[in-house]
Design a protein. Structure first.
Length: 317
C-alpha cells in the first residue's frame, strides 16, 4: 500500500516538474530562467530514473534506472548552486558554469560504465523481494567523492543564503531567500535521511525533490523570478534611440546599450548614478540628455536600478 502511495507521489512529481519546465519555457528568456530550466530537467531525470529503478524486474533494468537517475542527481546539485548564485546577484562566468557542468558529467559516466571498473559501486546485487529499490549496492571511492561534493555544495549554498539574508532589507527579500533555502534543504535532508539508513530502503531525496518542486512553483507565482534585464526591457521603450543602463541589486552593470556604455566610460560613475535624483540632466559637450532613474522591483522586491537617457539637445537649445 505504502509503495503505491510512494509510486504515485513520484509520478505526481514528474508531472509537476514537466509542467514547470513548460511554464519556464513560456516566460521571457533570461539567464536565470535557463538555470531554472536546467534545475527542473535534472530533477525530472532523477525522479524518472528512480521510478524505473524501484519497478524493475531485472538487474539490467534496475541499473538503467539508477544510471538515468544519476544523469539528474549531479546536475540538480550544480543547477541549484547556479540558481542561488544568480538569484542572489552574483556573477556567474561561462568558465565557472562550464567547469561545474563538466565536473557533474563525471558521475553519470562512471555509473553507466560501472560494470567495467566498479569505482562507483564496488558490488552490485539484485533483490526482487526488496520493498523499494531491488538494488543492493556497495559503495566505491567515487560514490564517497559524490557524497563529499554534495556536502561542499550544501555548505556553499548555506553560506550564500545566510549572507544574502543578512544583506536583505525588506521582508519580501528575506522570505524569498528562506524559501529558496527550504527548496534545496529539503532534498539535502532527504539524502541525509537515506544515508543514515532510516528510511527502510526508500530514497527520501525524491520526497525532498517533490517538496522542492512545490516551493519552486511558489517562487514562480509569488516572487516572480525574472531576470533584472527582462524587467528593465519591459519598463523601457522598445527600440529606444536613447541610452539605457541597468544595474542589478548588487550595483553591477547588468546591461548597457552603446550610448550608455560610451557615457559610462567617460562621464557616468557608480557613485554618480547611485546619488543622482530621479530626474536630472547630463551635458556631454554640445549634447544634453534628460536622465530618468527608476528602481526596478517585482512584488515590492527590489531587483535593480534602471537609468534612461534621452537626447533633449534640440529642445534645450
Amino acid at each position: 500500500m505504502f509503495f503505491t502511495i510512494v509510486y504515485a507521489l513520484q509520478w505526481a512529481t514528474i508531472i509537476g516538474l514537466f509542467a514547470g519546465v513548460v511554464y519556464a519555457f513560456m516566460q521571457k528568456p533570461s539567464r536565470l530562467q535557463n538555470d531554472i530550466i536546467l534545475l527542473e530537467i535534472a530533477a525530472l531525470l532523477m525522479v524518472v530514473g528512480y521510478c524505473v529503478e524501484i519497478t524493475a524486474e531485472t538487474l539490467d533494468r534496475a541499473m538503467l534506472g539508477a544510471a538515468v537517475s544519476y544523469i539528474g542527481k549531479p546536475f540538480t546539485m550544480v543547477a541549484s548552486l547556479l540558481f542561488v548564485l544568480r538569484y542572489c546577484g552574483y556573477r556567474v562566468s561561462n568558465r565557472l558554469k562550464l567547469a561545474l557542468i563538466s565536473f557533474a558529467s563525471v558521475f553519470p559516466v562512471f555509473v553507466f560504465t560501472n560494470h567495467y571498473h566498479y569505482l562507483y559501486y564496488s558490488t552490485v546485487e539484485f533483490n526482487p523481494q526488496a520493498t523499494y529499490s531491488p538494488l543492493v549496492l556497495g559503495h566505491g571511492p567515487l560514490y564517497y567523492l559524490y557524497m563529499a561534493t554534495i556536502l561542499v555544495f550544501a555548505v556553499v549554498v548555506v553560506v550564500i543564503a545566510v549572507r544574502e539574508f543578512m544583506r536583505c532589507s525588506t521582508k519580501a527579500e528575506k522570505q524569498s531567500i528562506l524559501w529558496i533555502f527550504a527548496m534545496i534543504g529539503a532534498a539535502v535532508m532527504g539524502y541525509v535521511a537515506y544515508l543514515i539508513d532510516n528510511t527502510s530502503g526508500y530514497d527520501y531525496t525524491m520526497a525532498g525533490v517533490t517538496l522542492g518542486a512545490v516551493i519552486l512553483f511558489l517562487l514562480f507565482y509569488r516572487y516572480r523570478i525574472f531576470d533584472v534585464v527582462s524587467v528593465a526591457k519591459e519598463s523601457a521603450l522598445k527600440n529606444a534611440t536613447g541610452g539605457l543602463l541597468v544595474l542589478d541589486k548588487r550595483n553591477h552593470v547588468a546591461y548597457a546599450n552603446n550610448l550608455a556604455k560610451d557615457l559610462w566610460n567617460r562621464m557616468l560613475t557608480l557613485e554618480s548614478v547611485l546619488t543622482m535624483p530621479e530626474k536630472t540632466t547630463l551635458r556631454d559637450g554640445e549634447r544634453v540628455y534628460a536622465v530618468q532613474k527608476t528602481v526596478l522591483s517585482e512584488r515590492d522586491f527590489p531587483i535593480g536600478t534602471m537609468i534612461e537617457l534621452t537626447d533633449v539637445t534640440d529642445s534645450v537649445n
